[in-house]
Write a protein that binds this ligand. Structure first.
Ligand code: FES
Length: 315
């Protein structure tokens, strides 16, 4: 930073105080023509940015190629960047000038000279709010065009579908080949993945059915009646992060999730006994019909899946 001291012009009221100039020494203000030209270029860059942002918005709505969107995004960002660079380099006077205040009674000629000198500055002052508004508009349009892909990428609202499954009263339990399952198909220690008939592959309805010695069952809330002959059925979605609970340790009557090793006590309402799962696997109440087939008595006892789904009402 340089620092110069020099005497100001003498006036009627005596000598002026010293003038201090800080920063690079240059023209004390920009010539009006330079300022006008810079403002035009800045306005042009911002206009390009705004048009590109609008184009980006439209392009995303129409589902155009991503290459086109990339070019438009580059123009929108580049226009703002160029405008800011030109603004900083062309419209800001680099030096800082201070002067000690003396006794300066101004004559008529001096007042006229000051008014004449201030006139172009007034024009520039009027120009800058306009540029500032253009800058705000360009930034706003760019934000809008970037927000749209984010909002659209969220996809359709799931509504209540996350809280319901395809199980209903009387639904047959079928395996992945749509074959109805009989209670007699299950021996003690065997397990099978089941779906409601007509909904094979439905993730939220996926369940695991197994048979245990009936006398060992100790299900909560009197739900033993929903596990006839020791055949008990639970949701197969882990309540930790939704992985399929695909392992059965029959020695300990535990269902285990291979993702983070949560273990669920089959005899005790699938209470978690190890790992990060926060709550039991929901039970599917079942019955055996006259032909020996397994049927659902209704939906799961709670919303299946990770803990988030437990925040609303059950199915
Ligand atoms: S998803 Fe099952 S333990 Fe994490």
């Amino acid at each position: 930073m340089s620092d110069e001291q020099h005497e100001g012009p003498s006036g009627d009221g005596g000598p002026a105080g010293p003038t201090s100039v800080e920063g690079p020494v240059g023209e004390p203000s920009l010539p009006p023509e330079v300022e006008r030209r810079a403002a035009r270029w800045i306005g042009f860059a911002l206009a390009v940015s705004m048009l590109a942002a609008i184009g980006l918005f439209v392009s995303y709505v129409l589902g155009n190629q991503v290459q086109v969107q990339g070019v438009l995004l580059a123009l929108a960002l580049g226009g703002i960047a160029m405008a800011l660079i030109m603004w900083a380099k062309k419209l800001f006077v680099p030096e800082v000038v201070t002067e000690e205040r003396g006794d300066h009674p101004a004559g008529e000629r001096e007042l006229e000279a000051v008014a004449a000198a201030a006139a172009p500055g007034g024009e520039a002052i009027a120009r800058r709010p306009f540029l500032a508004r253009m800058l705000g508009g360009a930034a706003g349009l760019l934000g809008l065009s970037v927000l749209l892909p984010v909002v659209r990428s969220l996809g359709p609202s799931p509504g209540r579908s996350l809280f319901t499954t395809d199980w209903s009263r009387g639904a047959l339990l079928v395996d992945e080949f749509s074959r109805p399952l009989k209670a007699s198909d299950l021996e003690i220690g065997s397990v099978a993945t089941v779906f409601p008939q007509g909904f094979v592959g439905s993730e939220s309805s996926m369940a695991i059915v197994l048979r245990v010695p009936q006398g060992l069952l100790n299900l909560p809330d009197g739900r033993d009646a929903d596990a006839p002959d020791g055949v008990v059925c639970y949701s197969k979605l882990c309540t930790h992060a939704g992985c399929p609970v695909g392992l059965y340790e029959k020695l300990y009557y535990q269902l285990q999730c291979p993702c983070h090793f949560s273990a669920f006590d089959v005899l005790n309402g699938a209470e978690p006994v190890f790992g990060p799962a926060p709550r039991p696997l929901p039970q599917l109440p079942i019955e055996i019909d006259d032909a020996g087939y397994l049927r659902a008595k209704g939906g799961f006892t709670a919303t299946p899946g990770p803990g988030f789904w437990n925040r609303g009402s059950g199915p």
